[in-house]
Design a protein around this ligand. Structure first.
Ligand SMILES: NC(=O)c1ccc[n+]([C@@H]2O[C@H](COP(=O)([O-])OP(=O)(O)OC[C@H]3O[C@@H](n4cnc5c(N)ncnc54)[C@H](OP(=O)(O)O)[C@@H]3O)[C@@H](O)[C@H]2O)c1
Length: 285
């Protein structure tokens, strides 16, 4: 089994190191706060004195700045760094240049599961950067998650990651607003859960409520027919949602932003089109 060094032993990195150990790899670990390595060393990992130890370095830290802080001036000749930390696409591109300038190769990644999902079926990570470097280490990285390569531009992994995270947070936040509103009417979240589940299932289906697929077709065609339900109608309805939340004494920050976006698309003259026309306002802030 191959050698791998895990840098960053927060909840994610520590679980990655454990998962590599369980898969039979020789694992070296490094963390700024050295004591976080103790538990892993007890499980068979080797503690590194410096972060730039080994040939395959898997990094999981809060930011990309942490990678610079951890590696300092170390040479990276022949090393492959796989950074699974959060950042912006531009930060990832800059990091790829920084690593190359020290003789190494950077593969960037956005891991799409929390710690309990690492090493479990269905987990995947968006990877970008040099495919040959990723291919050399795919067998090792597959211990963590499925390897999903999205392209050579090092920023792409984070673009996919953030697109997905934005949808995840928005969906969960909308559920929190919905639950808070219903709670004001003495309805428990568990009573509403079946309907929330149904909505999410239907959105992903191919039926009449299968809006993910419907939107995809409209977005790619650049045409947003509003024959059956117009954006204007939806903007008015969204205004009622904001009024209802406010009347219930709840925060309206996110729903108000949504209402403003719909209302702007309406004011821009696209009220007779379908709701997907909102994307034109998103593209022109
Ligand atoms: N947790 C999740 O569910 C999840 C899911 C997907 C992706 N992610 C991403 O995975 C990454 C790691 O997340 P996490 O949940 O494990 O915890 P985290 O709190 O984001 O990361 C903690 C790690 O970062 C290190 N660190 C932070 N700043 C540093 C610096 N300037 N220099 C050196 N080390 C530094 C910490 O070292 P110390 O121990 O010394 O403080 C620790 O090892 C993040 O980028 C996160 O966005 C997390």
């Amino acid at each position: 089994m191959s050698d791998v060094t895990v840098i960053g032993l927060g909840p994610m990195g520590a679980t990655m190191a454990e998962t590599f150990l369980r898969a039979g790899h020789r694992v070296t670990v490094w963390n700024r706060t050295a004591s976080k390595a103790d538990r892993l060393v007890a499980q068979g990992a080797v503690r590194a004195e410096h972060a730039a130890t080994g040939e395959l370095l898997v990094i999981s830290q809060t930011t990309y700045q942490a990678m610079y802080d951890s590696l300092g001036d170390a040479g990276l000749d022949g090393k492959t760094l796989v950074n699974l930390s959060s950042g912006t696409p531009d930060e990832l591109r800059e990091a790829a240049r920084w690593v190359a300038g020290r003789g190494g190769t950077l593969v960037t990644g956005g891991i799409m599961v929390p710690p309990p999902g690492i090493g479990r079926p269905g987990a995947y990570t968006f990877y970008s950067g040099p495919k040959d470097a990723l291919d050399r280490h795919t067998a090792t990285l597959e211990a963590l998650t499925e390897v999903t390569y999205v392209g050579a531009d090092p920023g792409l992994a984070m673009t996919y990651y953030q697109a997905q995270l934005y949808m995840f947070w928005s969906a969960l936040t909308s559920y929190m607003y919905a639950a808070a509103l219903l709670e004001k009417a003495d309805v428990k979240p568990s009573a509403f859960l079946p309907f929330a589940r149904q909505l999410h299932t239907e959105l992903a289906d191919d039926g009449p409520m299968g809006y993910l697929k419907i939107l995809t077709g409209e977005l790619e065609a650049g045409e947003y027919p509003g024959d059956e339900n117009t954006l204007h109608m939806q903007a008015v309805g969204m205004g009622h949602v904001v009024e209802t939340l406010a009347a219930a004494g709840l925060d309206t920050t996110v729903p108000t932003a949504l209402h403003r976006l719909f209302a702007r698309a309406d004011a821009e003259g696209r009220g007779r089109e379908g709701v997907t026309t909102v994307v034109e306002s998103i593209k022109k802030p």
